[in-house]
Design a protein around this ligand. Structure first.
Ligand SMILES: [Zn+2]
Length: 74
């Protein structure tokens, strides 16, 4: 049996992080954006339109696990 160590890094093939926000009162959501200011602006507009003031912010990134070559460190 061979032991392999793995390294985890941001996956360059899956683009930039996606920023999004959702209202915790009515579950309306901004949709994902590469620009974090877009969901922030959506929150302010949503608050002005509905009076809802609580939001859930998410940032989605992708990782890629890569096997490390060479002998297992002690
Ligand atoms: Zn709302």
């Amino acid at each position: 049996m061979r032991f392999v160590h793995w390294s985890l890094s941001i996956d360059p093939d899956n683009g930039e992080p996606a920023y999004a926000a959702a209202c915790v009162t009515c579950d309306d959501a901004s949709g994902p954006s590469a620009d974090k200011r877009a969901p922030e602006l959506w929150c302010l507009r949503h608050a002005g339109r509905t009076g809802h003031t609580g939001f859930r912010a998410t940032i989605t990134s992708h990782f890629r696990a890569t096997p490390l070559e060479g002998p297992r460190p002690p």
